[in-house]
Design a protein around this ligand. Structure first.
Ligand SMILES: *[C@@H]1O[C@H](CO)[C@@H](O)[C@H](O)[C@H]1NC(C)=O
Ligand SMILES: *[C@@H]1O[C@H](CO)[C@@H](O)[C@H](O)[C@H]1NC(C)=O
Ligand SMILES: *[C@@H]1O[C@H](CO)[C@@H](O)[C@H](O)[C@H]1NC(C)=O
Ligand SMILES: *[C@@H]1O[C@H](CO)[C@@H](O)[C@H](O)[C@H]1NC(C)=O
Ligand SMILES: *[C@@H]1O[C@H](CO)[C@@H](O)[C@H](O)[C@H]1NC(C)=O
Ligand SMILES: *[C@@H]1O[C@H](CO)[C@@H](O)[C@H](O)[C@H]1NC(C)=O
Length: 605
């Protein structure tokens, strides 16, 4: 039979090699292959049934309109309807009331055929996803035309190229979202749609820097609209996750700042540091597939550079890890783990022993913050332990990233990240940093991921500022960039130590008044960062947090603190737009609840 004219779901189009990002790399209770096959087969049958039912319902309703109710079914051989049935206005209005832009949502979903008659809430969400998806496809076409007409303009070509790249990731994440909504994995759906939204926004803000043609300006306007559509779909998922099928109970997007707290899901005891939580982290017992050594080609060493070893990794579909052992040595190279290479694992010989180093920075012609990373990772399930990643561009070089990650289900344990401004770009998706050492000075942990930093040492580094000029410094540890209240992103610091490097502490102690160090500042409107059970040394200024620009984001951000210790933790002089996390809600930020680490980060998997 014919498929419906408009896709109520993207499922049919999600059989790309990337749709498998819906597979968690080492989820507990992983079903066997046979079991998966059965599930796939069952789902296909269900899908077929659903399609048949939709088809039947549509025929039936049109049948009723054209015939008296008394007529028997046998007499009704009216052909299938030519036009889709009228939109279920009331339900669409209700669902759109859960979004930031209800009118925009309503006009996008009330077009005939968009939402099936008498929809389940999940069907409205599928429709909202497919509206976003179709708009994304048009956006990609527009950017392709910008690229085609920008030969000779290096800046515009650069931005359009990056845009096409990141929008392709948005495309794959949107497809996976649709699959996850169908299978009921709503936390995954929210994580992936949050990433799709971040990528669309990044493209939009990149184009703003090259807005010197009408074509670009028109495309910016188009992407404005796309970002709203995607945010709308995401908001519905948030309400669905909290309030379920009763659309009338869905609420307008809200944050902790509005007093809205999601239920803390899986509880691992009463909070941080329980026995079970200790079982989350880098898996034990991995054996290496290949080895990298500085002198290469000898003994077990197949590779001389990390990148060559990454290139040798298969593009894996499933849960198989590719373990790269990196022997002691300083590897001066730029490393990229591409989107299709999942479950790549780096194991070094220790922090300071295995060192991957680079010095790219935005002072270089054509260089962007994103591309400056010494190590940049896109593939899901990336893991690393026992190594150092650094960017040595220096304190005067401005943005110079050491490590950038867009890897979902990612674990970094016992790793060191060294830099100055923008050391760790935790760009998107779910990342778990455990027992790491992160060093920098300005916004040195930033991005729009959902990242948990547990048992980490966070160190403010010296800018080598001249003592005769007062030797002062003004630093912010974090700059979280959440752009929409419905994104499930934020930075969470659990049981971390906040201090300065020895060198910096000397400068600080020589003239404390000339130094201000803050826990964070709001890069974007819905910036969210919390510190729980951390030790904050005296270098943290009493105000605690720093504005970005005037009162930007101060009403919408959420900056929370809970049971921190040390001289920097005293809250009596804190800025009024920071908060103390209520005890009954602190479990929201457990590593299990916030990034679902119990599903994918078991040390025994
Ligand atoms: C939408 O929400 C507003 C405020 O929460 C409420 O007054 C209004 O009745 C709602 N509209 C619908 C259609 O439920
Ligand atoms: C490209 O960008 C650089 C740095 O922002 C700027 O100096 C240059 O004028 C731009 N070139 C063009 C053709 O716009
Ligand atoms: C384009 O850039 C100029 C200068 O930065 C700015 O004033 C203008 O608002 C921008 N237009 C759009 C549509 O973003
Ligand atoms: C807190 O972090 C320290 C240092 O990493 C570690 O030794 C300790 O076990 C952690 N405490 C808890 C309760 O997790
Ligand atoms: C992924 O799996 C499909 C089907 O099982 C296979 O055809 C394809 O080659 C695999 N892709 C990669 C990159 O391994
Ligand atoms: C903070 O750093 C200083 C200087 O290196 C050191 O003396 C102090 O012990 C550190 N504090 C903690 C809690 O580690």
């Amino acid at each position: 039979m014919d498929s419906p004219k408009l896709p109520y779901s993207l499922s049919a189009s999600s059989s790309t090699p990337f749709a498998s990002s819906a597979v968690k790399p080492h989820r507990k209770n992983l079903p066997s292959r046979n079991c998966i096959l059965i599930i796939i087969a069952t789902s296909s049958i269900l899908l077929l049934l659903l399609t048949l039912i939709l088809y039947a319902t549509t025929s039936k309703s049109s049948h009723h309109r054209h015939n008296t109710p008394q007529q028997t079914p046998s007499s009704g051989d009216t052909p299938p309807p030519e036009t889709p049935s009228p939109p279920p206005i009331a339900q669409i209005r209700l669902a759109c009331n859960a979004t930031r832009f209800p009118d925009h949502c309503f006009s996008s979903l009330s077009k005939p055929g968009r939402v099936p008659p008498d929809p389940k809430p999940v069907q409205i969400i599928h429709s909202a996803i497919s509206v976003s998806f179709e708009s994304l496809k048009s956006g990609q076409t527009k950017i392709k035309s910008i690229l085609d007409s920008s030969a000779g303009n290096k800046n515009r070509t650069n931005i359009a190229t990056i845009c096409l790249q990141i929008l392709s990731y948005a495309e794959h994440r949107t497809e996976s979202t649709d699959v996850a909504v169908t299978s009921g994995d709503i936390k995954d759906a929210r994580a992936w749609m949050s990433a799709a939204l971040a990528y669309q926004y990044d493209c939009w803000s990149g184009l703003k820097t090259v807005n010197d043609t009408k074509q670009v300006v028109d495309t910016i306007t188009f992407l404005d609209d796309l970002v709203k559509l995607t945010g709308n779909a995401l908001s519905m998922m948030v309400s669905f996750d909290s309030f379920g099928d009763d659309v009338a109970s869905w609420i307008h997007p809200a944050t902790e700042r509005d007093g809205f707290w999601e239920k803390a899901g899986p509880s691992l005891g009463s909070g941080m540091g329980t026995a079970k939580e200790a079982d989350l982290g880098f898996p034990s017992g991995l054996t290496e597939d290949v080895t990298v050594c500085k002198d290469g080609g000898k003994g077990p060493c197949g590779y001389k550079t990390v990148q060559e070893a990454v290139d040798a990794a298969p593009g894996t579909n499933g849960t198989v890890k590719f373990v790269i052992r990196i022997r002691e040595g300083v590897y001066e190279e730029t490393v990229r783990v591409p989107f299709e290479k999942k479950n790549v694992v780096f194991i070094g010989d220790g922090m300071g022993k295995t060192v991957i180093t680079g010095s790219l920075n935005v002072g270089q012609p054509g260089m962007t913050t994103y591309n400056s990373a010494t190590v940049g990772v896109l593939g899901d399930g990336f893991m690393a332990r026992d190594l150092t990643i650094e960017n040595t561009a220096g304190a005067d070089a401005h943005q110079a990233v050491a490590f950038r990650s867009d890897s979902d289900f990612s674990i970094l344990e016992n790793c060191e990240f060294l830099g100055n401004q923008d050391t760790v770009y935790a760009h998107s998706l779910r990342q778990f940093y455990k027992q790491c050492r992160i060093q920098g000075n300005v916004d040195f942990i930033f991005g729009n991921s959902a990242a948990v930093f547990q048992d980490c040492s966070i160190l403010i580094a010296s800018k080598n500022s001249k003592l005769e000029q007062g030797g002062g410094a003004n630093n912010a540890i974090t700059a979280h960039g959440r752009i929409d209240a419905s994104q499930s992103t934020g930075f969470v610091f659990l049981n971390c130590s906040i201090n300065g490097t020895e060198e910096y502490m000397k400068e600080f102690q020589a003239n404390p008044k000339a130094h201000t160090n803050y826990l964070g500042r709001p890069w974007k409107e819905f910036s969210r960062t919390v510190f729980v059970n951390c030790n904050l040394e005296s270098l943290i200024s009493p105000e605690g947090w720093m504005p970005w620009d005037g009162d930007f984001a101060l009403k919408t951000l959420y900056y929370g603190e809970y049971k921190n210790t040390g001289p920097g933790s005293v809250r009596s002089k804190r800025v009024p737009w920071s908060s103390e996390i209520p005890e009954k809600h602190v479990d929201v930020y457990s590593v299990a609840n916030f990034i679902q680490a119990h599903e994918w980060a078991s040390t025994t998997a």
